[in-house]
Design a binder for this molecule. Structure first.
Ligand code: C5P
Length: 284
């Protein structure tokens, strides 16, 4: 893993209460594909998406106690609410759990890689909640699972995938927040084809992925033109197999044959764009 730019870390307000805390990891969620196949009467869109998880993510500590409280630290802590607005808080409430939650925000939020849903999923996993928590958000059930899956419905139908091989990737975020509802609103065609039949062997996945889409990439680019720059920067790296946006953006990923290829690509993008968040990682 390689971070292209050192960000100032925000310190947690409370002393480290690691002893006795349950630790949880909230990996970045990557939509390798995201097809929008329809829209429900309530406005929510029907999705068909392959989701995998990175080795980079937020870290959480859950310490049981009276009442619910939270503090946030880490390079992306700024602007993250430490109250009921935080999905991790609502996940704890859903579980009927009380205590202190510390979140170390290592992932850019509003970036199409999980954000609060990743943290909520980690809380639910740590607390052993198995009920489908789509009421918290469309990305929460897949993050609750935290392993490679096909996501359908509005995000509530999750089926694990065992044949998928690990991918070597660079994740790049240009520092632009994208509001998911704005992106869906700009989607002019709601009824697009679902995913082609899934590959049955690990070796077939890469070619298959190249032939699939993220239907939100066009509309997200209208909201955040920087996405074009990110895809172009990935396109200029050696050994790139595929460059695509994750979720509703603005984070994009590039896939490479090996981890050293991904690390070299991350280094070259970092050199040209020191303000971007850029990480080489394995996706599985
Ligand atoms: O569920 P979540 O709060 O993550 O969704 C944010 C917004 O994204 C929704 O309010 C909706 O506008 C849009 N969305 C959608 N269809 C989905 C998921 C999200 O239209 N399946």
């Amino acid at each position: 893993m390689l971070c292209c730019k050192k960000r100032a870390r925000t310190r947690c307000k409370l002393p480290q209460t690691d002893t006795g805390a349950t630790r949880a990891f909230a990996p970045a969620k990557i939509n390798l594909t995201l097809h929008v196949t329809g829209q429900r009467d309530d406005g929510y869109h029907l999705l068909d998406s392959i989701v995998v998880f990175a080795q980079v993510g937020d870290r959480l500590w859950l310490t049981k106690g009276a009442g619910l409280n939270m503090d946030i630290c880490g390079p992306f802590a700024a602007g993250v609410p430490a109250d009921k607005r935080n999905l991790a808080w609502r996940a704890a409430e859903l579980a009927g759990w009380q205590g202190h939650i510390r979140i170390e925000k290592n992932l850019p939020h509003g970036g199409g890689i999980g954000g609060g849903s990743a943290d909520a999923g980690a809380v639910l996993r740590a607390l052993g909640v198995t009920q489908n928590a789509v009421s918290l958000g469309a990305d929460v059930p897949v993050c609750q699972r935290g392993q490679a899956a096909r996501m359908r419905g509005v995000g509530d139908q999750i089926k694990g995938i065992t044949t998928i091989a690990p991918f070597f990737a660079v994740l790049v975020n240009p520092g632009v927040h994208v509001a998911t509802p704005d992106v869906f609103q700009l989607l002019d065609r709601k009824e697009n084809s679902p995913l082609d039949p899934l590959p049955s062997t690990g070796a077939a996945w890469m070619d298959w992925l190249v032939s699939q889409r993220n239907d939100l990439q066009g509309p997200a680019t209208q909201v955040a033109p920087a996405i074009v720059d990110v895809v172009q920067a990935l396109g200029g790296t050696k050994h790139l197999l595929l460059a695509r946006m994750s979720g509703s953006g603005s984070t994009c990923f590039g896939l490479y044959p090996t981890l050293p290829d991904a690390q070299a690509a991350a280094q070259s993008i970092a050199a040209d764009h020191p303000d971007w968040w850029c990480v080489a990682t394995t996706l599985s």
